[in-house]
Design a protein around this ligand. Structure first.
Ligand SMILES: [Zn+2]
Ligand SMILES: [Zn+2]
Length: 376
C-alpha cells in the first residue's frame, strides 16, 4: 500500500530517507519500491492494456492457432514487465545538499561553472531547489521535484522521470508495445477476413465486400484491429524517435534544445551508444531505506551496507556521465580556472554486460573543499 509521509515528519529522529523524502514520489514496502507522482496514470495504462489483451484472447484466440495465444501472452508479459520496471526504478535521482547554508547557496547561485567533456565546454547549472551544481545532462523535474541524471523527459504514462537508470526499460516498453500492437492487429485482421471469406463459400467477391462482411460478422475482431493500430500510430513514431536518439547518444531534451550546438560530446559511435543505452547499469545513489539522520544528502550517500561513502565516491557519482572532465569556475579566486584531475567513469559495462568498477580518480582542487564544490 502506498504511503506518503508528511513533510513535518522529516524533523523526527531515526526516520529513513524515504520517510523524509522531499520529492513528490510515493513509497511502499518500507521504501523498497518507489513510484512517481503520476502512478495512477500508469495503473490506467496497465488496465487498458490488460483489458485489450483479454478481449483479444476472448474474441480472436479461440479461432486462431495455439501460437497466437502464446505469442500474445509473451508480448503482454514483456510489456507489463518493462512498464513496471520503468515506473518503479529510480531514474537516477541526484541527492539534495541539505547541509549547505543559505549564504553559500546564494554565492554558488551567482557562480558560473563549467566542465570540459571531450573538448566541449558544458555549463553546470545551479539548482536552487536541490542546492547542487547539476551534473552534465541532469535536469530538475518540476513534477517529481528532484534532479535526475541524464534526464530525458518526465513521462506521465509511466508516472515517472525517464533518466539514466530507467531509460533502457522505457525503450524496451515502447518497443514491446509496438510489437504487441502489430501482433494483435495482424492476427485479428487475419481471423476476421478468414471468417468473412468462409461466409462466401468459395466465391471470390471484391475485397470491399469481404471487408464489410468481416465487420458485420466479427465486429469484435475489427475493434481489435483498429484499437492497436491507433496505439501504434502514437507509440510507433515515439519508438523510432528514441531509437535514433539511442544511436546518437542524445536525450530528448538535448535533441530539442541543442545545448552543445552541432557537437555531441557524449557520442561514442553508434554501436557503443546502443550498447551503453541498452546494457549499461549505474548504481543507485539514493538509498531510501537508510537513515535520514540530519542530512538527506549524507544519508543518501550511505552504501547498501550502511557504510558512509568517502568524498571521492560522491565525486564519482557526479562524474559518471562523462569520461574526461576538468572543472572550472568563474570568476576564479586565484586567477585562471582551477583544475581537477581527469575524471573517469566508475560504472561502465563491458560487452558481456558485467559491471566494472574502477577506482574514482578525482582529485579535488583548492576550491573544491566540500561536496558542494565538487566538479560535478
Ligand atoms: Zn534539483
Ligand atoms: Zn519527473
Amino acid at each position: 500500500m502506498l504511503q506518503v509521509v508528511p513533510a513535518h515528519m522529516s524533523s523526527e529522529a531515526q526516520l529513513k530517507v524515504w520517510q523524509a523524502w522531499p520529492g513528490a514520489h510515493s513509497f511502499c514496502c518500507d521504501g523498497r519500491v518507489m513510484v512517481g507522482p503520476d502512478i495512477k496514470v500508469t495503473y490506467f495504462a496497465a488496465s487498458l492494456t490488460t483489458a485489450a489483451i483479454v478481449a483479444f484472447w476472448v474474441l480472436v484466440c479461440p479461432s486462431s492457432p495455439w501460437f497466437v495465444s502464446v505469442g500474445s501472452a509473451t508480448l503482454y508479459l514483456l510489456t507489463m514487465t518493462f512498464m513496471a520496471l520503468t515506473a518503479t526504478t529510480d531514474p537516477g535521482i541526484v541527492p539534495r545538499n541539505t547541509a549547505i547554508d543559505d549564504a553559500t547557496a546564494a554565492a554558488n547561485a551567482q557562480q558560473n561553472r563549467f566542465v570540459d567533456v571531450n573538448g566541449v565546454r558544458i555549463p553546470l547549472k545551479w539548482c536552487r531547489t536541490c542546492k547542487i551544481f547539476r551534473p552534465p545532462r541532469a535536469a530538475h523535474c518540476s513534477e517529481c521535484n528532484v534532479c535526475v541524471e541524464r534526464f530525458d523527459h518526465h513521462c506521465p504514462w509511466m508516472g515517472q522521470c525517464i533518466g539514466r537508470r530507467n531509460y533502457r526499460f522505457f525503450l524496451g516498453f515502447v518497443i514491446s508495445v509496438c510489437l504487441l500492437s502489430v501482433f494483435v492487429a495482424a492476427f485479428s485482421a487475419l481471423m476476421a477476413l478468414r471468417v468473412a471469406r468462409q461466409a462466401y463459400a468459395g466465391k471470390k467477391p471484391p475485397f470491399v465486400d469481404i471487408l464489410s462482411k468481416a465487420i458485420s460478422l466479427q465486429p469484435g475482431a475489427v475493434v481489435m484491429v483498429v484499437f492497436p493500430l491507433l496505439i501504434l500510430l502514437c507509440v510507433g513514431p515515439l519508438s523510432c524517435y528514441h531509437c535514433t536518439l539511442v544511436c546518437q547518444n542524445k536525450t530528448t531534451s538535448e535533441e530539442i534544445k541543442l545545448p552543445y550546438g552541432n557537437a555531441n560530446p557524449f557520442s561514442k559511435g553508434c554501436a557503443r551508444n546502443c550498447q551503453e543505452a541498452c546494457c549499461s547499469r549505474s548504481s543507485r545513489v539514493i538509498q531510501p531505506r537508510s537513515l535520514a539522520s540530519e542530512d538527506m544528502g549524507t544519508a543518501a550517500m550511505l552504501s547498501d551496507e550502511g557504510e558512509p561513502n568517502d568524498h571521492s565516491a560522491v565525486a564519482s557519482l557526479r562524474s559518471s556521465t562523462f569520461e574526461t572532465g576538468t572543472c572550472s569556475s568563474s570568476p576564479p579566486v586565484s586567477g585562471g580556472s582551477h583544475m581537477a584531475a581527469a575524471v573517469i567513469p566508475v560504472d561502465d559495462t563491458d560487452a558481456l554486460g558485467s559491471r566494472r568498477h574502477e577506482a574514482p580518480n578525482v582529485a579535488l582542487c583548492g576550491q573544491c573543499k566540500n561536496d558542494d564544490d565538487l566538479p560535478v
